[in-house]
Write a protein that binds this ligand. Sequence first.
Ligand SMILES: Cc1ncc(COP(=O)(O)O)c(C=O)c1O
Length: 306
Amino acid sequence: MTVTLKQLLNARVEVNQLNLRWLAGSNIQVDMLRLDQLHPQISGNKWYKLKGHLQQAERLGLSTLLSFGGAWSNHIHALAAAGKHLGFKTIGVIRGERPEKLSATLQDAEAWGMRLHFVSRADYRHKHTPEFQQRLLQQLRLPSDQVLIAPEGGSGDLGISGCEDILAAGNIDARDYQEIWLACGTGATLSGIARSASPDTQVRGVAVLKGADFLRDDIRHYSGGSLNNWVLETDYHCGGYGKVSPELLQTIDEFEQDTGIPLDQVYTGKMVNALKQKQAMLTANNIQRILLVHTGGLQGRRGIQH
Ligand SMILES: Cc1ncc(COP(=O)(O)O)c(C=O)c1O
């Protein structure tokens, strides 16, 4: 099934009401915005972080998009799929040496026409610098006036602005919810949602990496410094980025049994696990209406299951 830019820009997704066993008998009603259902390959917050970059490339008449990521990157996966469907050439600059067997994510990306270029972890740290990017384009023999370089994860101003459209995908009026929850890696998605939500709705991000307190400064910066409608939870990372705990796996299992909605272990599972652990706080604060944002990432499950 191929898809056009216009169709993706106008795509709408469901909001599902959840019946969770651990909320039975409480006054808390939880809905989920199903960004995972946007498109089988270009889904979740990744589309919203990518779309501004794709529109910019189209506006400037650029044929090629280049971006950065790891072996299981949801961003690289979505970029490769978007390139295939929307007719852009794509280049994935991947952290680390090329392994003998590519991850399932990178196999998909290559099959969809993405050119993969592996760089050492030491070089990868310089990916933001103009010198590194210029050298890269020379190595790849790419004319700089044909290539749009998108930051890792699709972040940056274009990515954050794109995330301002996330709530509209479910025709959501943020004022219907006391809290909106989502998983945070860089905080870019949270910033876009907080900018577009009403000031009275608390946007609560669950950091999926350990030691993520530094993200608060980043989010303050991304969200224009003047927003007070967000908080970041930094105690629900289950040991660190990509790490899982038995409790997390049990929460995901129960959630899938109760709702039929799949979660990934890296992002959305940690959001739901945090919600479960903070139930007493929610009850104490008389929070009754919560929206969870399903940010997708389901392709990444393949990285953890074997
Ligand atoms: C599935 C999923 N959810 C949430 C996030 C977190 O997004 P952000 O880095 O904008 O905080 C990511 C990473 O981009 C992701 O892939």
